[in-house]
Write a protein that binds this ligand. Structure first.
Ligand code: ATP
Length: 436
C-alpha cells in the first residue's frame, strides 16, 4: 500500500489536499494523471449505464438541497455513528473502535491514545453530515447540509425526469457527483474520505418485481467490474445480515474487493423499497407515484440502487494493476491498467535526439493527440523512457528510429508483453485505436 501511495504522488495521480499547510484529514486532490484516470472511469460507467441503454436517463442535481430532504430521508435522525470522547486527551473514537479496552463510560475503559483509565465517555450519537448556512444569517433556520449521497437528488427529481423523458417503469436515473461525510475513522488513502464522488443509479420498478431486478443489477455490476479488467479472484459478494442493513433497505449486497488491507466494500447494490419516495411524498405533500398506462394501477415504485464510489474504484484499479517485475535483467514497476482507462494512451519517443527523429516524433504526437492523450518524451535512455510510461500505465510506446526516415514505419511496444511491432505511419492511428 505504501508503494502505491508513493507512486500515486510521484507520478501525479493523487496528492493530499492542502499539503503545503500540513494537509487536511482524509481529503485528496487528483493530479494530472489522476484526473484523466478518474474521468475515464466515470466516462466508462456513464456510457454503460446511460448511453448504451434505453431505460436509464442521466441527471446532475445540486449538492445543496432543501433541509427537509434530509429529514424525510432520515439522514438527520439516523445517519449517525456512536462516538466516545476521552476527557483527558480530548480524542474522539468510534464506540466500536477495536483499540478501546473495556466498556466506554465505565471505570475499566482505557483510552487507546493517552492510556488513561475511566476517562472515556459513554457512547453518544454523532451525525456524519456536514452542516453549513445558506444566506447571510448563521441561524438554525438557514442551516443546510452538504449531501451525503447523490441518491436523494434523484428521488426528488423522479417525476421531473419521468415526465420529461417519457420513460415508463421499469426505468432508472443515473447520477455522478460529489458527496460529503464527516467520517470519524477515515483512512487507507482514498478508500474512505470526507469528500468523495459517487456514481449512483436508482432503478424504479413495480413493487413485486424488485427482487428480480435486484438479482439482475447485482449480476450486471459484478460483470462490469470484471470487464474493466479487475481480477475476478479479488472480487466477491457480501450480503448484508440483519444488523448491517441500512434503515431503508430490504436487501443489500456489497461487491467487495480484496484490498491490500483486506476484503472491503467496493460497490453496494440495495433494494431501497418505496422508502425514499414514500417519505418524500409524506414530507413534501406531492404525489410521487406511477400510473400504469395499461392496467391503470397506481403505485409508488420500489427502487433498486447501485452505488459506487469513484475514488474507491480508482483505488481498486490502481491496486489491481500495480506490479513489480524483472525484465531484461532490470526491475520495473508497471501499472497494467486496461487501455480504455489509461490516462495516457501512447508514449512517443525519438530513439535519439538527432537526424530529424525528434521532429518526426513531434509530428506523430501532433497527429495522434487529436484522437487521444499521448506523451512526447526525448529525455534519457529509451529504456528509462519506457519505464516511466510503464509506471504511468501507458499501454503503448511508439519509437521513431533510423529506419523510420527511410521506410515510414515505427516500432510500437506493448507495455505488458514487451512485444514490438513495426507499423507503417499511415496505419499507426488505426493500429492503436483498435487496441484501446
Ligand atoms: P462504507 O461502509 O464503506 O462507508 P457505505 O455502506 O456507507 O460505505 P454507501 O452509503 O452504500 O456506503 O455508499 C455507496 C458507495 O459510495 C460505497 O460503496 C463506496 O464505494 C462509496 N463511499 C461511501 N462512503 C465513502 C467515503 N467516505 N469515501 C469514499 N467512498 C465512499
Amino acid at each position: 500500500m505504501e508503494k502505491l501511495v508513493s507512486l500515486a504522488k510521484r507520478r501525479g495521480f493523487v496528492f493530499q489536499s492542502s499539503e503545503i499547510y500540513g494537509g487536511l484529514g482524509s481529503v485528496w486532490d487528483y493530479g494530472p494523471l489522476g484526473v484523466e484516470l478518474k474521468k475515464n472511469l466515470i466516462e466508462r460507467w456513464w456510457r454503460s449505464m446511460v448511453h448504451e441503454r434505453e431505460d436509464i436517463e442521466g441527471i446532475d442535481s445540486a449538492i445543496l438541497m432543501h433541509a427537509r430532504v434530509w429529514e424525510a430521508s432520515e439522514h438527520v435522525s439516523s445517519f449517525t455513528d456512536p462516538l466516545v470522547d476521552c476527557k483527558q486527551c480530548k480524542n474522539r473514537f468510534r464506540a466500536d473502535d477495536e483499540s478501546i479496552k473495556g466498556t466506554p463510560g465505565e471505570e475499566d475503559a482505557q483510552c487507546p491514545v493517552c492510556g488513561s483509565k475511566g476517562t472515556l465517555t459513554a457512547p453518544r450519537m454523532f451525525n456524519l453530515m456536514f452542516k453549513t448556512f445558506m444566506g447571510p444569517v448563521e441561524e438554525d433556520a438557514s442551516q443546510i447540509y452538504l449531501r451525503p449521497e447523490t441518491a436523494q437528488g434523484t428521488y426528488v427529481n423522479f417525476l421531473n425526469v419521468m415526465q420529461s423523458s417519457r420513460q415508463k417503469i421499469p426505468f432508472g436515473i443515473a447520477q455522478v457527483g460529489k458527496a460529503f461525510r464527516n467520517e470519524i475513522t477515515p483512512g487507507n488513502f482514498i478508500f474512505l474520505t470526507r469528500e468523495f464522488e459517487q456514481m449512483e443509479m436508482q432503478y424504479f420498478v413495480k413493487p413485486g418485481d424488485d427482487e428480480e431486478w435486484f438479482e439482475y443489477w447485482h449480476a450486471e455490476r459484478m460483470k462490469w467490474h470484471k470487464e474493466l479488467g479487475i481480477d475476478g479472484n479479488k472480487l466477491r459478494y457480501h450480503p448484508h445480515g440483519e444488523g448491517e442493513l441500512a434503515h431503508y433497505a430490504k436487501r443489500a449486497e456489497d461487491i467487495q474487493y480484496e484490498f491490500p488491507f483486506g476484503w472491503q466494500e467496493l460497490e453496494g447494490v440495495h433494494n431501497r423499497t418505496d422508502f425514499d419516495l414514500s417519505r418524500h411524498q409524506e414530507f413534501s405533500g406531492k404525489k410521487l407515484q406511477y400510473v400504469d398506462t395499461v392496467s391503470k394501477d397506481r403505485f409508488t415504485p420500489y427502487v433498486v440502487e447501485t452505488a459506487l464510489g469513484v475514488g474507491r474504484l480508482f483505488l481498486v484499479v490502481m491496486a489491481d494493476a500495480y506490479r513489480e517485475e524483472a525484465v531484461e535483467g532490470e526491475s520495473r514497476v508497471v501499472l497494467g491498467l486496461h487501455p480504455s482507462i489509461a490516462p495516457i494512451k501512447a508514449g512517443i519517443f525519438p530513439l535519439v535526439k538527432k537526424d530529424g527523429m525528434p521532429e518526426l516524433a513531434r509530428s506523430i504526437r501532433d497527429d495522434l493527440r487529436k484522437r487521444f492523450p499521448v506523451f512526447y518524451d526525448e529525455g534519457g535512455s529509451i529504456g528509462r523512457r519506457y519505464r516511466r510510461q510503464d509506471e504511468a500505465g501507458t499501454p503503448f510506446g511508439v519509437t521513431v528510429d533510423g529506419q523510420t526516415t527511410q521506410d515510414q514505419t515505427v516500432t510500437v511496444r506493448d507495455r505488458d508483453t514487451l512485444h514490438q511491432d513495426r507499423v507503417s505511419l499511415d496505419k499507426l492511428a488505426e493500429y492503436l485505436t483498435e487496441r484501446l
